[in-house]
Design a protein around this ligand. Structure first.
Ligand code: ZN
Length: 265
């Protein structure tokens, strides 16, 4: 029987995937392929975040920094069991023209001060911080990297893809860290929507009103023609699409919020 090359590659890919580790994504229960240990993720995140902190100005606005620390700490407390090894750190970068945020594997979250103009309340800030935290606990960076490595291995195009420091650039690229630190490659649309879904539940568990997510994304929609915002949208699903999906999840999120808000009043 003649097997077409694509089929052979997919068969090999499947065998490798079965041999590889799997990971259950929190909240959604999706099984994801993951070849990498959390220890590897944490050490990569720590070292790359310290580079970004050296290269980008860090805000010293006590009100804004305090707000981000409070929101980040509260959400990280309720996600603890989903990624116990995480070393959470939340840094506000003084970049008023950047309406964006990012997360690195292992628990490092960066927020650019431009987004604070949109996230006027702590509930709204919780929307974007919880979304970034969800990328971390869902281990989207490692999943993307694992898919890349498996596909490459299946194609017999890269030998020893998992070995040694010489593959550092491959690791970093797959994690979404380009040569210019702070510029992240986009996650896939499905990862984005999954981070929205998980983030909505995380924010509600931390006592933040999940309805603020609808306000936040609507505000982003209304200002999306601004140059600094359109870059954000080029890497994310349409805001109206994500609002629709978030509305569908709202009854459950509100139930969780009602159970937890009392702890923070
Ligand atoms: Zn995202």
């Amino acid at each position: 029987m003649k097997i077409i090359p694509e089929l052979r590659i997919w068969f090999l890919w499947g065998c490798l995937a079965i041999l590889a580790g799997c990971y259950t994504v929190p909240e959604t229960g999706r099984t994801a392929i993951n070849l990498f240990g959390t220890g590897h993720e944490v050490s990569l995140g720590v070292s790359e975040f310290s580079k970004i902190k050296r290269q980008s100005p860090i805000s010293n606005d006590p009100v804004m920094v305090g707000r981000l620390q409070r929101v980040g700490w509260r959400i990280s407390q309720v996600v603890g069991g989903d990624l116990p090894e995480a070393e959470w750190e939340f840094v506000l970068f003084d970049e008023p023209d950047l309406v964006n945020a990012f997360a690195l594997p292992g628990g490092k979250v960066g927020v650019y001060s431009g987004i604070m103009e949109v996230a006027e309340t702590e509930d709204e800030l919780a929307t974007i911080v919880a979304h970034e935290i969800a990328h971390v606990t869902a281990r989207h960076g490692s999943e993307r990297l694992s898919h890349g490595v498996l596909t490459t291995m299946a194609g017999n195009m890269l030998e020893g893809a998992l070995a040694g420091d010489r593959n550092r650039d491959t690791y970093l690229a797959a994690y979404g860290l380009g040569a210019t630190y702070g510029i992240m490659l986009p996650f896939s649309r499905s990862h984005e929507l999954e981070a929205d879904r998980i983030g909505l539940i995380y924010a509600a568990k931390a006592g933040y009103d999940p309805r603020a997510a609808l306000d936040f994304w609507m505000k982003m929609h209304l200002i999306k023609d601004r140059e600094e915002v359109s870059a954000f949208f080029s890497t994310h699903p349409s805001d109206l699409d994500r609002i629709d999906k978030l509305e569908a999840l709202m009854p459950r999120a509100l139930e969780i919020y009602e159970q937890n808000r009392i702890r923070y009043e």
